[in-house]
Design a protein around this ligand. Structure first.
Ligand SMILES: [Zn+2]
Length: 151
């Protein structure tokens, strides 16, 4: 079963949602935190389709806006940098650098932050690509609905 990329909860009904600039597949409660991307029309945004062979895990990249994500998640929880740092056994100065994106967190730190703040810091571009195809054509367009009424 697919699981929410934000909270990790298993759900059959994941919504493609834009949260803080990143496209994620999240459960319906997490989708409230962002903007659900409509899937009626295949809207091709400027997505570079790179032909990449599937490489599990290694392919995951730190999100571009990792600092912003951490900061927002932290502020949502009304935690100070120090409080967050303390709960992770890290230094506040480190968190500060990471939030300012002066420093890329090591994977272990990124994982701790992800868990603590329930955010996704590593993204796997391939996951998004495949998700685009699966759900289109399921919903009737407005035009189709009108046609049915006429008959
Ligand atoms: Zn969720």
């Amino acid at each position: 079963m697919p699981s929410c990329q934000l909270c990790g909860e298993d759900s059959d009904n994941l919504k493609k949602t834009k949260i803080e600039g990143a496209l994620m597949k999240v459960c319906s409660s997490c989708s409230d935190m962002g903007e659900v991307v409509e899937q009626k029309k295949k809207k091709k945004t400027k997505k570079k389709k790179k032909k990449t062979t599937y490489r599990p895990k290694d392919n995951e990249k730190l999100a571009n806006n990792y600092g912003e994500k951490i900061k927002q998640a932290r502020e949502n929880r009304q935690l100070s940098m120090k409080e967050l740092a303390d709960s992770l056994n890290e230094k506040a100065s480190l968190i500060k650098k990471v939030e300012r994106e002066d420093l890329k967190p090591e994977k272990s730190l990124a994982n701790k932050l992800s868990k603590e703040l329930e955010i996704t810091l590593y993204v796997n571009p391939e996951v998004y690509d495949t998700s685009v195809e699966s759900t289109d054509n399921k919903k009737a367009t407005l035009g189709d609905v009108a046609d049915v009424k006429e008959q």
